[in-house]
Design a protein around this ligand. Structure first.
Ligand SMILES: *[C@@H]1O[C@H](CO)[C@@H](O)[C@H](O)[C@H]1NC(C)=O
Ligand SMILES: *[C@@H]1O[C@H](CO)[C@@H](O)[C@H](O)[C@H]1NC(C)=O
Length: 214
C-alpha cells in the first residue's frame, strides 16, 4: 500500500515537472527516421521515409505540455485517416489497428496540440503538420549529399546539410547508440517562416562525432 502511494506520488511529481505552460514561440515539426525508431521496438511497419513524430509548440527551447486537460481527440476516418496514416503513422500498429485505436494521435494532440490551440484548432493542427511535412523531402536532401541509408556521417555534415538546404538550424536527436532518430525543424508561431530551433540539440558535443543513418 505504502509502495503504491509512493509510486503514485512520484508519478504525480514527474507529471508536475513535465507540464510547462505559457505561450509558445516556436512550432517544431519533429520528423523521425522509422528504421532507427523501430530498431528496438516491435513495429508493424517501417516505411523507407521520414514520418512525423509530432508538431510541438515550444517556449524558449522547452516543449510545452498538456495545456488543456479537458481537450478530447476526434477520431478520423476516410481520406483524412489515409493522409494522416501515410505521413504520421503509428509504426507500432498495423493500418487496420491504427484506424481503430488512434491513441498515438490522441496523445500527440492532447500533449502538444492543446498548447497551440490559440492559433490552431484540432483539425488545423493536424492539417498543418501534414502541410509542413510535405515541404521537406529530407530523404532526397540527404541523398543528394551522399547521406543514404546504412551510411555513417559526422554530426557536422548532417547539420550542415539541413542548414544549407533549409537555411535554419535543426534540432537533432539520436538513439543511445548514435543513430539518427529525429530531426526537428522549427517555425515561427503561425508557421509562416522557418526559424533556427531555439537551444537545438545535436546528438553530441563534438561536431566530428559520427552518427549512423540506419
Ligand atoms: C529537441 O529534440 C529532442 C528530441 O526529439 C527533444 O527532447 C527536445 O525537447 C527538442 N528540443 C526542443 C527545444 O524542442
Ligand atoms: C518522402 O517524403 C517526402 C515528404 O512527404 C516526399 O516529398 C517524398 O516524395 C517521399 N519520398 C519517397 C521515396 O517516398
Amino acid at each position: 500500500m505504502f509502495k503504491t502511494q509512493h509510486t503514485l506520488a512520484f508519478f504525480i511529481f514527474l507529471c508536475a515537472l513535465s507540464d510547462v505552460y505559457g505561450t509558445f514561440n516556436q512550432l517544431q515539426l519533429v520528423l523521425r527516421w522509422p528504421a532507427s525508431f523501430c530498431d528496438d521496438k516491435k513495429c508493424e511497419r517501417t516505411p523507407n521515409n521520414f514520418t512525423i513524430h509530432g508538431l510541438w509548440p515550444d517556449i524558449k527551447g522547452t516543449v510545452l505540455n498538456n495545456c488543456n486537460p479537458d481537450a478530447s481527440y476526434t477520431t478520423v476516418t476516410g481520406d483524412k485517416f489515409d493522409k494522416r496514416n501515410k505521413h504520421w503513422p503509428d509504426l507500432i500498429l498495423t493500418e487496420a489497428a491504427s484506424l481503430k485505436h488512434q491513441g498515438f494521435w490522441a496523445y500527440q494532440f492532447k500533449k502538444h496540440g492543446t498548447c497551440c490551440s490559440d492559433l490552431f484548432n484540432q483539425e488545423k493542427y493536424f492539417d498543418l503538420a501534414l502541410i509542413l511535412k510535405d515541404r521537406f523531402d529530407l530523404l532526397t536532401t540527404f541523398r543528394n549529399k551522399g547521406i543514404i541509408p546504412k551510411s555513417t556521417h559526422t554530426i557536422n555534415k548532417i547539420q550542415k546539410t539541413i542548414r544549407t538546404v533549409f537555411g535554419v538550424v535543426p534540432n537533432l536527436s539520436c538513439t543511445p547508440t548514435m543513430e539518427l532518430l529525429e530531426v526537428g525543424i522549427c517555425f515561427n508561431r503561425d508557421a509562416s517562416n522557418l526559424i533556427d530551433c531555439d537551444q537545438p540539440k545535436t546528438c553530441g558535443t563534438l561536431g566530428n562525432t559520427k552518427i549512423f543513418f540506419r
